[in-house]
Design a protein around this ligand. Structure first.
Ligand SMILES: NC(=O)c1ccc[n+]([C@@H]2O[C@H](COP(=O)([O-])OP(=O)(O)OC[C@H]3O[C@@H](n4cnc5c(N)ncnc54)[C@H](O)[C@@H]3O)[C@@H](O)[C@H]2O)c1
Length: 340
């Protein structure tokens, strides 16, 4: 099987490492910035072909799968080019940044033989899997997600696409906190409505998107889940997720878990789950995706699953303090497709 990567920036080493650890080879890679080639060649080996134009790479290499690790606004176009050639895709989050892009991807997903998967790798963390098992068959009545991170002007100035509505598609919510909202949705299901507030107080003049976002989602069962996300802190704290059913209350702080008031630990007193960062989630996700490709099985985070969190984010952005129906937002996405 032949794998390739488009976009050789910050996240790409995790993908190269994950592909290799799944027993596959990175045969080609592409970036418009040739300064990015050296590190990729070091990791993938001298036989890895380098391209500046991704369409040329897709046409010349006999690829089985492409990993898309480029700025957000390019995901939809690149996904469609791969699917048109029946090449499987593993795309970094978010799958798209607006309703038109979602519609475009759906059209291509429907007519291709290839499989599109999206890197929402926190679902593959051991602690999150434990929670999923713990709450199996239980209805979640309330939940909360908090992301309190530090991202200053130097972070946003490190790449031209960051912090721009046109290219990033939003701020803290669509980038850093997407994973937290994805977990809330995965546990609670698609909600009925959302009320959201966004703000940019400390990065005015640096970014044209929100540095902080608050959202209250009303679930199908009438309960609520809430998300609070900010990049305005002077330190990045662990993400917190809290879930409540009739019998169980779980608190996840980073990778440390408290269930019904008791720390979940091994008998030797050490945390059960150990340290997990992006890397472990990516490796688990990539291994599972490649196993699904090999065995012809459905990968759980396909386009239809990945679009849910994007629709929730678009609804949050549209809200500006008013209650927005999630179903109406889904209908808008479909309408955006039909008016194209
Ligand atoms: N899953 C996660 O936890 C996680 C973590 C970090 C980043 N990401 C995602 O990964 C993606 C990339 O983020 P990053 O931090 O690596 O960004 P980055 O800016 O460091 O890298 C992006 C790379 O894409 C290249 N590029 C731009 N246009 C291109 C084109 N037309 N053809 C080929 N290459 C092109 C740039 O030159 C750059 O090297 C984003 O979608 C981001 O949200 C995900």
């Amino acid at each position: 099987m032949r794998a390739a990567i488009i976009g050789l920036g910050a996240i790409s080493p995790l993908h190269i490492n994950a592909i290799q650890s799944a027993g596959w080879q990175v045969v080609a890679a592409c970036d418009t910035d040739a300064a990015r080639f050296e590190r990729a060649i070091k990791m993938a080996g001298p036989s890895c072909s380098m391209y500046a134009n991704y369409k040329e790479m897709l046409d010349r290499e006999q690829l089985d799968v492409v990993h898309i690790c480029t700025p957000h606004y390019l995901h939809a176009e690149m996904i469609c080019e791969c699917l048109d050639r029946n090449i499987h895709v593993l795309c970094e989050k978010p799958v798209a940044i607006n309703a038109v892009q979602l519609g475009l991807i759906e059209e291509h997903v429907r007519r291709t033989k290839a499989r599109l998967a999206v890197c929402q790798q926190n679902r593959f963390n051991a602690s999150v899997r434990y929670l999923k098992e713990l709450f199996r068959g239980q209805e979640i009545l309330a939940a909360s997600g908090t992301l309190c991170w530090q991202r200053d002007a130097s972070y946003y100035n490190s790449a031209q696409w960051r912090g721009t509505l046109l290219q990033e598609g939003g701020g803290v919510m669509i980038n850093q906190a997407l994973h937290t909202l994805d977990l809330l949705q995965w546990f609670c299901g698609m909600p009925r409505t959302v009320i959201g507030h966004g703000a940019n107080d400390t990065l005015r003049g640096v970014i044209d998107v929100e540095e902080s976002q608050f959202g209250v989602f009303t679930m199908q069962n009438g309960g609520r889940f809430v998300i609070q996300a900010t990049n305005a802190c002077s330190h990045s704290f662990p993400v917190t997720v809290m879930l409540r059913s009739a019998n169980t209350e779980a608190v996840l702080i980073g990778d440390h878990m408290i269930v019904n008031g008791t720390f979940v630990t091994r008998s030797d007193g050490h945390p059960l789950f150990g340290k997990e960062e992006w890397g472990v989630g990516h490796i688990n996700l990539v291994r599972e995706y490649y196993a699904c490709l090999r065995e012809g099985k459905k990968f759980p985070i396909d386009f239809y699953e990945a679009r849910k969190v994007v629709e929730l984010i678009l609804a949050l952005y549209a809200s500006q303090g008013k209650e927005v129906s999630i179903r109406a937002m889904e209908a808008n996405c479909k309408a955006a497709l039909s008016v194209r």
